[in-house]
Design a protein around this ligand. Structure first.
Ligand code: ADP
Ligand code: MG
Length: 446
């Protein structure tokens, strides 16, 4: 693409975002991104840090996809470069003004506008941790202190942390709250050491009423910083100031000092788990609705069955679908989902499935005996599960029909084929059967 074109498109893109987001969001997250003229086929954007880059990619993927050329995977052709801090300029600028300006934006709380309690969908895997977070937001320093939230990637830890921040900012205006990533804390400390303003930084953090710290695992093996963090943390806790920490592991699994681990375990340690199928469907439908995308319930289940351990990927799926269906003006169907999302789908490494294991699984799902499944009775309560077992055998085992059929107590290959056809047809309309087969498969793979 010509540099001129690329720059114009970027300008139009920024105009669009300016209309879409709040002033604060725009200033915090979009304005700091700069277009860099280049002769590459990629668009080159300069960002002050990776957070701004992540923010753009995760919140405006749909818009990026519709504005910029895409690579073969369907991702926008954008290359990010992180801005180098311009030390020389700092020296030239008037010192007082510079210091004031820096301390202002350095300590301004930055929260993702979408990460509020209202937009957080509850289910059995996150109910407990959400109510703990709400408890902290309602009565900071008085309920659980510290609150330590841990769980895998993309399960809503940052979302809950920012939700506390939003709530407190709105409801308790006088309370001083800061939300930082551990990386930011470390960067702050490095900057303060360089600018000889460590005391100012310490004062700032120790005067807070609430400190929200994201991704504490990044403090591991950063010995020098750990001590300063630990001091800040203790200073706050000792004054009953609220601290909330998120991490990808529980405190005891972190490679941090015993002192810090013990402090983190003082309050409430809450795990945020993988949402179950129904919750994943609810999240999917909620996010789709907000994008104006209609997904039939059956298709939503299909997506949620294949993307199961990361909510962020569910969002990615919605963005991709919404871009695709928006472009070619079509409804969401299972076929479209299969073609546009297949690379996001997760497949559990399968255990070796045998006729034996299928028979066992089917026998417990339908409450019939394995020997009856192998036998020849035509009673419906046995014949039907037998057909299901044959269907699964043909679907899951890569063997000749003849061999498979003979493992069913010497049936013929045409019996097996007939069963497979019958069940396959019934699956198109029978939701209960679909769920039964899904559960049997899960049972086989677990
Ligand atoms: P983590 O910090 O655990 O890696 P995030 O908080 O960044 O995960 O969540 C990833 C994405 O998934 C975010 O966009 C967030 O809004 C969304 N998300 C996670 N859990 C939920 C939920 N229960 N309801 C709605 N959105 C969720
Ligand atoms: Mg996070």
């Amino acid at each position: 693409m010509l540099v001129k074109d690329a720059e114009e498109i970027w300008g139009e893109f920024v105009d669009l975002l300016q209309k879409k987001c709040s002033l604060a969001e725009f200033q915090n997250w979009i304005a700091p991104i700069h277009f860099v003229p280049s002769n590459d086929s990629d668009i080159v954007l300069e960002v002050p840090n990776v957070f701004v880059q992540d923010y753009l990619l995760s919140n405006y993927r749909h818009e990026l996809i519709s504005f910029f050329p895409l690579n073969s995977k369907g991702d926008p052709l954008i290359r990010f470069i992180i801005k180098e801090p311009k030390r020389e300029e700092k020296v030239i600028e008037p010192v007082i003004q510079e210091e004031k300006k820096e301390s202002d934006d350095r300590y301004e709380i930055k929260l993702n506008i979408g990460y509020t309690f209202q937009h957080f969908i509850e289910g059995p895997s996150n109910q407990f941790v959400k109510s703990a977070a709400v408890g902290v937001a309602l009565r900071p320093g008085k309920s659980y202190n510290p609150l330590f939230i841990h769980g895998g990637v993309g399960l809503g830890k940052t979302h809950l942390l920012h939700s506390i921040g939003h709530y407190v900012k709105e409801k308790h205006k006088k309370i001083k709250v800061q939300c930082i990533t551990t990386e930011q804390f470390i960067n702050d400390l490095v900057d303060s050491l360089r600018n000889k303003s460590v005391d100012q930084m310490k004062r700032f953090y120790r005067n807070l009423d609430i400190l929200l710290v994201d991704d504490i695992q990044f403090l591991q093996s950063r010995l020098n910083f750990e001590e300063e963090f630990c001091n800040t943390f203790e200073a706050l806790i000792n004054q009953n100031k609220q601290v909330v920490i998120t991490s990808d592991k529980p405190p005891s699994a972190l490679k941090l000092s015993e002192r810090l681990i013990a402090r983190m375990e003082w309050g409430l340690v809450a795990n945020i788990g993988i949402p179950d199928l129904e919750t994943r469907v609810a999240i999917l439908q909620y996010k789709a609705e907000r994008k104006g995308l209609k997904i039939p319930q059956k298709v939503a289940f299909f997506i949620a069955e294949h993307i199961f351990n990361n909510v962020r990927q569910l969002e990615g799926a919605i963005n991709r679908l919404s871009a695709y269906c928006g472009l070619i003006q079509t409804e969401v169907t299972q076929e479209i989902v299969e073609t546009t999302l297949s690379e996001l789908f997760q497949y559990v490494p399968q255990k070796k499935v045998t006729v034996e294991s299928i028979l066992k699984s089917v026998s417990s799902m339908f409450n019939v005996r394995v020997q009856d499944l192998r036998g020849s009775t035509r009673k419906k309560e046995v014949a039907f599960p037998r057909q299901v077992a044959m269907y699964l055998a043909k679907e899951l085992i890569n063997e000749s029909l003849m061999k498979l059929a003979s493992s069913f107590g010497g049936k013929t290959h045409s019996t097996l084929l007939h069963s497979w056809n019958k069940i396959k047809k019934q699956l198109e309309t029978d939701e209960t059967l679909r769920r039964q087969i899904q559960m049997t498969k899960q049972n086989l793979e677990s």
